[in-house]
Design a binder for this molecule. Structure first.
Ligand code: NAP
Length: 280
């Protein structure tokens, strides 16, 4: 994909993934650029895996100012960069490309997307179980360790992947079938279960399994009220929607690229209004 396509010559930003599908990132970042009076535009660049290396070369040549990276490029892009932040290295995945002192670097702002909404809920962080063992689950484990969660474990459909992640982070791996066997104060869904257009009616957690749970963090944000969130709320459990994660990872990206902080409340309103319009 030509990174110059659909863009003005200055201040180019965008998102790469394959297939890219519908992303809310252009909405957020184009609004942010306008809010700050910065020249530039943020566009989708659907990029198939075989063209990733060429994309990064072209992004360098054209001095693309910032790139959001999504599935399936979050790990694959790392060898083409000049370096990654300690955070991205620990997570093993990059979701943001940015420039520092002439070097094209990778960071992982998914971590900020998880830390920011959880930070006000310290009382719910006594213990946590992360469901899933992909890139988002790795970001969750890093974030939860950063938040000081000592009693932390992961559970995944494919046990070998849970064990590999658990080894990397020095935490426990709970067999998928045993995920409700003990009480966890926080449950984090880092699987696509509940996602619109896929397993929308599915939940990674049984309806009758919320005993002892005081907070649910669902990374899925479309729909905003997933099956998991509906079930948790019906059981009286507080919930954080994936829209909060999306918002905070995006605000952190914008700040990395521009040095500017966007107004969180107004950015949330923008995303919520769009979700209402699109029926999420
Ligand atoms: P990923 O690397 O593909 O990992 C997906 C994980 O979900 C794997 O561990 C997989 O288990 C598990 N899984 C998939 N289908 C399942 C099923 N039917 N039942 C049980 N487990 C299943 O994906 P990712 O990048 O980590 O993303 C995970 C989710 O987080 C996605 O829904 C994504 O949209 C969301 N996310 C949200 C944000 C946000 O800003 N809100 C940011 C990043 C990601 P196996 O190992 O067995 O295949």
């Amino acid at each position: 994909m030509n990174p110059n396509q659909n863009t003005k010559p200055q201040g180019q930003y965008g998102i790469i993934g394959w297939p890219l599908g519908h992303s809310k990132s252009p909405l957020l970042h184009n609004w942010g650029l306008k809010e700050c009076g910065l020249p530039g535009v943020y566009v989708p660049w659907p990029t198939e895996p075989a063209k990733l290396k060429a994309f990064v070369a072209e992004a360098r040549a054209r001095k693309i100012r910032g790139v959001s990276v999504t599935i399936p490029h979050k790990q694959a892009v790392i060898p083409f960069l000049d370096g990654v932040t300690d955070r991205a290295k620990a997570v093993g995945a990059v979701n943001t490309l940015f420039w520092r002192e002439g070097r094209l670097l990778g960071d992982n702002t998914d971590v900020a997307g998880i830390v920011a909404p959880l930070a006000p809920h310290r009382e719910a962080l006594a213990s946590a179980l992360v469901l899933g063992a992909g890139g988002a689950a790795r970001a969750a484990c890093f974030a939860l360790k950063e938040l000081g969660v000592a009693d932390l474990a992961v559970s995944n459909r494919t046990q070998a992947k849970a064990e590999a992640l658990a080894r990397d982070f020095g935490i426990g791996a709970v067999p998928w079938e045993a995920r409700t066997a003990r009480a966890w104060t926080l449950i984090v869904n880092a699987t696509p279960l509940g996602l619109k257009g896929g397993d929308e009616d599915a939940s990674p957690w049984p309806q009758d399994g919320f005993g002892g749970v005081s907070l649910v963090f669902d990374m899925v944000y479309n729909p905003v009220r997933t099956r998991l969130i509906q079930d948790a709320q019906a059981a009286g459990v507080a919930c954080i929607s994936g829209l909060n994660m999306f918002l905070h990872q995006g605000l952190a990206q914008f700040e990395l690229w521009t040095g500017r902080k966007l107004d969180e409340k107004r950015a949330r309103q923008l995303l919520m209004a769009d979700m209402t319009l699109t029926g999420a």
